[in-house]
Design a protein around this ligand. Structure first.
Ligand code: G3P
Ligand code: CA
Length: 252
């Protein structure tokens, strides 16, 4: 099938809201998702990990310490414990009472109110743990609106075995010697480098395109960099400021 994530000539950059609109609302919360939706994001990015009782939640760090009023490694906390946490007060008093969403809750909201998901498998120690995340995507009937990314090549191999219909993106902080070969080996729809990594060899964007592979660059919040990466021909930009990137797109 043709790669629908490749940007046609002259089309705007695809706007991916990093952990939701996380410059304006607490990351990985329903508030961040709503602000991103209103700001015109094409995709919402999140980070998914399992609780001690195997429920997929949105959480970036290994511990809940930075982004909630609790403490401890999320994989040691039960869903009953996680559901009691305040995930908004640390960001601003106006968000007091925001909770840590389950992946199921997030997907249900996207399905009914609009929006596609860039699901980052942040931590999973086994194929069974990845399967628990994909089971929720299936149960919410969202397999046609979810794109999976990870820094872990094992995670991507497991997703490919479990749900070959899902598009895959590989996150990299340093470019591979041959990104096209890696993309082919893993069956990637997109190769997702940091901005700094991409700047070391911008020509990889064209090489990937020639192989039918898109590029999503992270995490880019300034118009100066949007212009640079637009010039490289990247397809999507992952940003904490989706409304501003949408506005920048329209001004081009
Ligand atoms: O989507 C790219 C980015 O989210 C990867 O890094 O640490 O923010 O999850 P991190
Ligand atoms: Ca992420």
């Amino acid at each position: 099938a043709p790669n629908g994530y490749l940007r046609p000539e002259g089309a705007p950059l695809t706007v991916v809201a990093h952990r939701g609109a996380s410059s304006a609302a607490p990351e990985n919360t329903m508030d961040a998702q709503e602000v991103a939706r209103r700001g015109g994001a094409d995709l919402i990015e999140n980070d998914v990990q399992l609780s001690a009782d195997g429920v997929p939640y949105l959480m970036h760090d290994n511990t809940v310490d930075r982004t909630t009023d609790g403490s401890g490694d999320i994989t040691t906390l039960t869903s009953a414990q996680i559901d009691r946490l305040d995930a908004g007060s640390w960001f601003a008093p106006a968000f007091a009472g925001a909770h840590v969403p389950t992946l199921r809750e997030q997907l249900a909201d996207l399905r009914t109110r609009g929006g596609d998901l860039l699901l980052e498998v942040k931590r999973a120690d086994s194929k069974a743990q990845v399967a628990a995340m994909l089971d929720v995507v299936r149960a919410e009937r969202m397999t046609d609106r979810v794109f999976v990314q990870s820094f872990s090549r094992d995670h991507l191999r497991w997703v490919r075995e479990l749900a070959p219909e899902l598009p895959l993106g590989l996150l990299v902080g340093t470019l591979d010697a041959d990104p096209v070969a890696v993309a082919k080996e893993l069956g990637l729809t997109s190769y997702n480098p940091s901005g700094a990594a991409l700047e070391t060899r911008p020509e990889v964007v064209d090489a990937l395109h020639a192989a039918g592979v898109a590029t999503m660059v992270w995490t880019v919040d300034s118009a100066d960099r949007w212009k640079t990466y637009d010039g490289y021909g990247v397809d999507a930009v992952i940003t904490n400021r989706p409304a501003e990137l949408s506005g920048w797109n329209q001004a081009q």
